[in-house]
Design a protein. Structure first.
Length: 320
């Protein structure tokens, strides 16, 4: 039997959603240690799994590897459609558990498109591979069409920058009890509408903050500058999404973010992907105060939800 465990990812935003430039998307994100997905697999004569989505991924992996079958057990999984990259991590964990059970070689980047992953952002794939703070190179804008490409007809975006996140940094996750974030066909329709109208001016702002503030501050362990840069990138990315999600942040996430931004124990805050997960950057010594502030904010806004403190993941998925 082989077991694969992988943490979630936070999606800070994209470098560009405008058709005015040569490359589109270009994900910006961070791998975190928890929550996690854990999958075990052992050889079998056919695919056996009680989890419908995992069974679909397993069937694709078995075909890709030319194997007879596998018995799959999902020990834990990420909450779905809340902005933590659950689909990619489950797909890759299932496929790699199967490959490990057979001691077979498997390239994450070769199978991800077949699993329907990496079509826009490459952060989830890169986080699974090696973790860290990641910037991917996006896709050629010339390949953008009004209809989404068929599964597998793309390559996972290349990693153009990866930096380990300082060990003392912590990420506070706040997940309000709100409807799930956009996914599937609804997400595809929203993204295409956004891209067709996106201003290139936003991309220019993101580029400057990313290269002159965020990347240097991570290397130099300057959490205040990094937090401010992450907050700003997340916020100006929201201007692309405002028509689709009802504001820079999806309501009432914006109210929660406003409260967290005023907390002295929090260096930066944002909405991961379509939400509703809010992430806040803090340190090991201030993490407890930050979590208390987040729970107080939920109470003040009359929102139910849960909080979780987690560490950066600078290693990627573990296999045993």
């Amino acid at each position: 039997m082989a077991t694969v465990e992988a943490g979630a990812r936070l999606h800070v935003g994209f470098q560009n959603l405008s058709l005015a430039y040569d490359r589109i998307y270009g994900g910006i994100g961070i791998a975190i240690q928890s929550p996690t997905v854990s999958v075990s697999a052992e050889p079998a004569e056919q695919v056996s799994c009680s989890h419908d989505l995992a069974q679909q991924y397993a069937t694709i992996a078995i075909d890709h590897l030319s194997l007879p079958g596998a018995e799959i057990n999902i020990k834990s999984e990420l909450p779905r459609h809340v902005g933590l990259g659950s689909g990619t991590q489950l797909a890759l964990a299932v496929s790699h558990a199967i490959a490990s059970a057979y001691d077979a070689d498997l390239s994450v980047r070769s199978i991800a498109p077949k699993l329907g992953r990496g079509g826009r952002s490459g952060i989830g794939v890169a986080g699974f591979e090696e973790g860290g703070f990641i910037i991917d190179g996006g896709h050629p804008t010339a390949r953008f069409t009004s209809d989404p490409p068929s599964r597998g007809e793309w390559e996972v975006p290349p990693v153009i920058a990866r930096q380990p996140v300082p060990d003392r940094w912590r990420f506070l996750l706040v997940v309000p009890d709100l409807p799930k974030g956009r996914n599937g066909e609804t997400e595809e329709e929203s993204m295409r509408s956004i891209i067709e109208q996106a201003s290139p001016d936003v991309a220019n702002k993101v580029s400057g903050i990313l290269s002159r503030r965020l990347l240097p501050s991570i290397v130099m362990d300057d959490i205040q500058t990094a937090g401010d840069a992450i907050t700003t990138i997340d916020q100006i990315n929201g201007s692309w999404y405002s028509d689709e999600q009802g504001g820079v942040y999806r309501p009432p996430v914006g109210d929660l973010i406003d409260k967290l931004r005023s907390c002295e124990s929090i260096a930066g805050v944002g909405q991961s992907s379509w939400g509703p997960t809010v992430y806040a950057l803090t340190t090991d010594s201030l993490a407890s105060k930050a979590e208390t502030a987040a729970n107080d904010a939920l109470d003040e806004l009359g929102l139910n939800g849960r909080t979780m403190l987690t560490c950066p993941d600078n290693d990627g998925a573990s296999m045993r």
